[in-house]
Ligand binder design. Structure first.
Ligand SMILES: Cc1cc2nc3c(=O)[nH]c(=O)nc-3n(C[C@H](O)[C@H](O)[C@H](O)COP(=O)(O)OP(=O)(O)OC[C@H]3O[C@@H](n4cnc5c(N)ncnc54)[C@H](O)[C@@H]3O)c2cc1C
Length: 611
């Protein structure tokens, strides 16, 4: 690669990732910070980026407070129950009390909502979900962000945060590169909001080979939201709480609308109901949690996994009955067309018409994320009117690094936020970031040339590795001097799968496996210094892999630390097969020392602010 152009941008608030959290942050930052300079740096293009790129069919988090359908307290109870008792109730409550106003804005901005013909209210799919014609969901929220931000830099892969040199532990911006032009970008900012999504492809996916891009969570969600804060020493929480989804086989098509709206149900290969068979077994592991309503998602997975292990798979979704009703049949297909077109294509290619054949379900590989039915992510300060002292060290949604905020998948403890809740979290983070900047008054951020020049060398090293090492290749693609991103990715996925509880081992792990996994991740990290990128696209892949690798290490450290099986169906600690409320009714926290790379783990109390 020739001379690299450096582009500087100085701003007040830098938003990393223009997905649901990021667009919400840009919108709200402008509301409170009319005079501030707000910039978004996005790896793709905000019009069609992130997990909502393809659209959605339902907004999964809406209280309906105006009609007293649900109150924030109800949502906290629901999320807490689904996560086996462990969420950040202050953050969850804060999101829930504001989420309705976000949804009303979406409607104002033109998102078409389905309405109940009798009541005129939003049409409910379930207690928390409302149905939308959501193909254009993402362009609609992107437009709000475009109108709010001063500048949007699309196609920028952010690789590192910058740290202020005038004050310890304070963020000062970020650096990255343009994945199309190769330009090096230096963003100096007083506050940074990370909204870079969750993590797919850290565990080996069920779809491999030519189909490996087909995962449930977006394949481009590459753990940057975790790696960026981890690299600068921010504390993380609940990173062991990976999620496994029950989905339609091979296409990962969603099942929520089928269960909730079409009232379909599951059965084993012999047409039998199976969940009740596993009641006693599950009770032995988790006690009363099995009697909670609704049954926590992980426990339903557990019954599924055990039934298949017992040799009575595959599990089918019974669609043949519901699909006899032409209206429900339409809803069933439209559910995919608005969000997971691939599932309809897979069924067509496999001669499956759900009107005549009950399709197979499967359990997915694990994903790490903080906004769906799980709550991995950064440890953040809570709202001042709600949070216990221990959860409050300054500004709402600020991580343990000053000036560094997060939203959506980036933040830990806030399960079941989904798209609307992530946008809401972005709004809350940005409002606090504006206050933080106002409180800084005349203080300035100092970033030396050395800091960003050093990072520049590190960022483009994979291209140098390639251009030097390629001369040693005499045939094929295997080089003695570098490994390619795809090779590194498959190695990472294999380690995580076999040692940290992936699909290959029925989600089972234990201390010896995790310790060995950490050793293997350590040697992978060493080898990643020798990754080779033949072009800018591969350079992006190289950095995605590096982000995934560091997040994976964090996942393994947390899984090792929590000595219990808290979420059977998500993963099992074979050496501690029971839930242990006496010792582990706590949140787990980690911090990686940026200098030494050593991890420190601790427990944080769970405060139940809702009865
Ligand atoms: C298959 C699927 C189905 C879902 N179904 C529903 C549903 O029906 N209803 C619902 O309400 N919610 C649903 N969700 C959840 C919802 O999509 C997420 O909760 C929400 O998108 C999370 O917001 P976020 O901002 O954290 O991440 P995202 O919206 O994914 O945004 C992350 C952004 O960061 C960018 N980015 C990543 N890395 C970098 C980097 N290094 N530098 C710069 N930019 C970067 C990405 O390109 C992306 O634009 C679903 C999610 C998935 C994956």
């Amino acid at each position: 690669m020739g001379k690299i152009n450096t582009v500087f941008e100085d701003c007040d608030i830098l938003v990393i990732g223009g997905g649901m959290g990021g667009t919400g942050a840009a919108y709200e930052a402008r509301y409170w910070g009319r005079d501030l300079k707000i910039v978004i740096a996005e790896k793709a293009n905000i019009d069609r980026s992130g997990a909502v790129a393809q659209g959605l069919y339902a907004i999964n988090c809406y209280m309906g407070m105006q009609w007293d359908e649900n109150q924030p307290e109800d949502h906290v109870r629901y999320a807490r129950n689904d996560l086996m008792g462990l969420v950040r109730e202050d953050l969850a409550y804060d999101m829930a009390r504001h989420v309705d106003s976000t949804v009303h804005k979406f409607e104002e901005w033109g998102l078409p909502f389905m309405k109940d013909p009798d009541t005129g209210r939003y049409l409910r799919e379930g207690k928390w979900q409302i149905m939308i014609h959501g193909e254009s969901y993402k362009p609609i929220v992107a437009e709000a962000a475009r109108k709010s931000a001063d500048k949007i830099f699309n196609r920028i892969m952010v690789t590192h945060l910058l740290m202020d040199e005038s004050k310890p532990n304070r963020v000062g911006g970020a650096v990255g590169f343009n994945v199309r032009t190769g330009d090096f970008h230096v963003f100096r900012a007083k506050a940074v909001v990370v909204g870079a999504g969750g993590a797919s492809h850290i565990f080996k996916p069920r779809s491999t080979g030519e189909g490996m891009g087909r995962t449930w969570y977006a394949p481009w969600s590459s753990a940057s939201a975790y790696a960026l804060p981890i690299q600068v020493g921010a504390k993380m929480t609940q990173m062991e709480n990976r999620i496994v989804l029950c989905r339609f086989k091979d296409g990962y098509g969603p099942v929520g609308a089928y269960f909730l709206h079409l009232k379909t149900y599951t059965q084993n290969a012999y047409g039998e109901e199976y969940e009740s068979k596993w009641y006693e077994n599950t009770r032995q592991m988790v006690g009363d949690y099995i009697d909670h309503h609704p049954t926590p998602t992980c426990l339903r997975n557990h019954a599924f996994i055990e039934e298949v292990k017992a040799g009575r798979g595959p599990i089918h979704m019974v669609t043949k009955e519901a699909f006899q009703d032409p209206h429900l049949e339409t809803v069933g297909w439209e559910n995919f067309l608005g969000m997971t077109v691939g599932q309809a294509v897979v069924w067509a290619s496999q001669d499956i018409d759900p009107k005549y054949i009950n399709p197979e379900l499967t359990t997915s590989e694990p994903y790490v994320m903080g906004s769906h039915a799980t709550c991995s992510g950064a440890w953040a300060s809570g709202p001042e009117d709600l949070s216990p002292d221990e959860y409050q060290w300054g500004y709402n949604r600020m991580m343990t690094v000053d000036g560094l905020f997060g939203a959506g998948d980036a933040l830990g403890g806030t399960a079941h936020a989904f798209s609307s809740g992530s946008f809401t979290e972005g709004r809350l983070a940005a409002k606090a970031a504006v206050k933080y900047i106002r409180d800084m008054r005349t203080e300035q951020i100092k970033i030396s040339e050395k800091q960003y020049q050093d990072l520049k060398t590190v960022i483009y090293k994979p291209m140098e590795n390639y251009s030097v090492g390629q001369n040693e290749i005499t045939g094929g693609t295997v080089s003695p001097s570098y490994l390619l991103p795809i090779q590194g990715l498959q190695r990472l996925e294999k380690i995580m799968d076999e040692y940290a509880g992936g699909i290959g081992v029925n989600y089972m792990t234990n201390e010896p496996l995790l310790l060995r996994g950490l050793e293997l991740l350590g040697t992978l990290q060493e080898d990643l210094d020798h990754i080779g990128a033949e072009d800018l696209h591969q350079l992006m892949r190289a950095w995605e892999l590096k982000h995934r690798a560091i997040a994976s290490e964090c996942v393994v450290q947390h899984t090792l630390f929590r000595k219990e099986t808290r979420w059977p169906g998500y993963y099992y600690r074979g050496d501690h097969m029971k839930l242990d409320d006496e010792n582990w009714h706590v949140l787990t926290l980690s911090r990686r020392d940026p200098e030494s790379g050593e991890w420190e783990m601790e427990k944080a109390p769970v405060y139940h602010i809702v009865d």
